[in-house]
Design a protein around this ligand. Structure first.
Ligand SMILES: [Zn+2]
Length: 415
């Protein structure tokens, strides 16, 4: 088998360039379908011949269809193209603190069907079996053949290897060096990719989050599905910075207070040890009472904090101000490091609403040097609960297209 990318005579990574063009074209079609070749060329900056060539590749693997003739003022009427929303889909899955969710998405990101199962303290082998069985069940209920599902992307908390197979460290479940991707792949005949939850959610934000600045984005995830941790990524010139091993963005281990509490990493005073969402919950436990035991207990407690602060509860406002102060300290470090244009706040803190966000903006303004604030926008993610599922499915879609480039998946995807 040849390497993943073949080099052209001019030394260019021709397959990589082709892959970038394909992703760009795919994204533009998704946002503007039906669309003609000339419109695609105008929007992507690619030549007409390149657009035609990439379109042919996408049509060969049944991802894009010629869906009709567009209106024309005269002469030959151009053909319009759309994603195949009819009979091709992609699967996203997510392991939360207490649940597993598996969903089938159309290529435009709309959900066909989703299943949620209880899964507390689940082991990796059992997780792989549950996900495979649930996908099998979805296939039966939707009557979509497995050979029409491009692949499965699983969003996973923790540090995940860039190869989309191995979980290097998941503190919440106590997993180290778990080849979850292989376990799933043994049970499924479609490409499987395991992806860090932060990366999945950021991908959803970038691909489906609407018209925001995507060139210089600081993405921050406060409170994963477990309510713990501070993580994120920086998008520089439109590219996600993943680092040498793909582990970038563990912002929660930036030092905030050298005398602070011990962190899960072993050091003292890391951002997430000093003040992540779990610390906020601890501080309000006495005044609000213990968190409900239901699977959404974390979000319910945050909603109660918000409601109390909105009513002017002095103690709750003070706790919220402390929480905002810690986050602003960490964010100020990152603003001075990365100089973002747009900060997207995601995770459980979104439930705290404007009473948190407005305080955070003020605190950031007080801690950051003026030139960095010019044009800076701080907003919540618009993705809601399904970001991780959608992002994981978007990532496996891209990976599966790469696999198809190597001709390995053409059998399954051809009509
Ligand atoms: Zn730490």
């Amino acid at each position: 088998m040849s390497g993943r990318f073949s080099r052209g005579v001019d030394g260019a990574d021709t397959r990589l360039i082709r892959s970038i063009n394909r992703n760009a074209l795919f994204t533009v079609i998704r946002g503007n379908m039906p669309i003609t070749v000339s419109q695609l060329s105008a929007r992507t900056g690619l030549s007409l011949s390149t657009v035609n060539s990439v379109l042919k590749d996408l049509m060969d693997v049944n991802l894009v269809l010629a869906t009709g003739i567009t209106a024309s003022t005269g002469g030959r009427k151009p053909v319009a193209y759309s994603l195949n929303l009819r009979d091709i889909c992609v699967c996203g899955a997510e392991l939360n603190a207490r649940t597993i969710r598996v969903a089938l998405f159309r290529l435009d990101g709309s959900i066909i069907r989703m299943s949620t199962l209880q899964a507390e303290n689940i082991e990796p082998l059992a997780l792989a079996s549950v996900v495979a069985d649930t996908l099998g069940d979805l296939v039966t209920r939707t009557e979509i053949g497995l050979d029409h599902i491009i692949g499965l992307g699983l969003s996973q908390y923790g540090i995940v290897g860039p190869e989309g197979n191995r979980i290097r460290l998941d503190i919440q479940h106590g997993w180290r060096e778990v080849s979850l991707g292989s376990m799933l792949q043994q049970r499924l005949p479609i490409p499987v990719f395991v992806v860090e939850d932060t990366l999945a959610k950021l991908t959803a934000e970038l691909e489906f989050g609407g018209e925001k600045n995507r060139q210089h984005v600081l993405y921050l995830l406060f409170g994963s599905s477990h309510g713990q941790g501070v993580s994120g990524r920086f998008v520089s010139d439109g590219s996600i910075l993943n680092g040498a091993q793909g582990f970038a963005g563990q912002f929660g281990h930036i030092l905030i207070d050298p005398c602070g509490p011990r962190c899960s990493c072993g050091r003292r005073g890391c951002w997430e040890a000093v003040g992540d969402v779990s610390r906020l919950l601890e501080k309000v436990k006495d005044s609000l009472g213990p968190s409900p035991e239901a699977s959404n207990g974390l979000l319910e407690t945050l909603a109660r904090i918000r409601a109390a602060a909105e009513k002017g509860d002095a103690a709750m406002c003070a706790v919220l101000d402390w929480f905002v102060g810690v986050q602003a300290e960490g964010i100020a470090n990152l603003i001075h490091t990365f100089n973002p244009k747009h900060i997207v706040i995601d995770g459980a803190v979104v439930v705290l609403g404007d009473i948190f966000l407005e305080r955070l903006k003020i605190a950031i303004e007080q801690k950051v040097m003026k030139p960095y604030l010019e044009g800076l926008k701080v907003e919540f993610s618009a993705m809601g609960d399904n970001g991780a599922l959608l992002g994981a499915s978007a990532i496996v879609l891209r990976e599966a297209i790469s696999i198809m480039e190597q001709g390995l998946a053409s059998r399954a995807m051809r009509r």
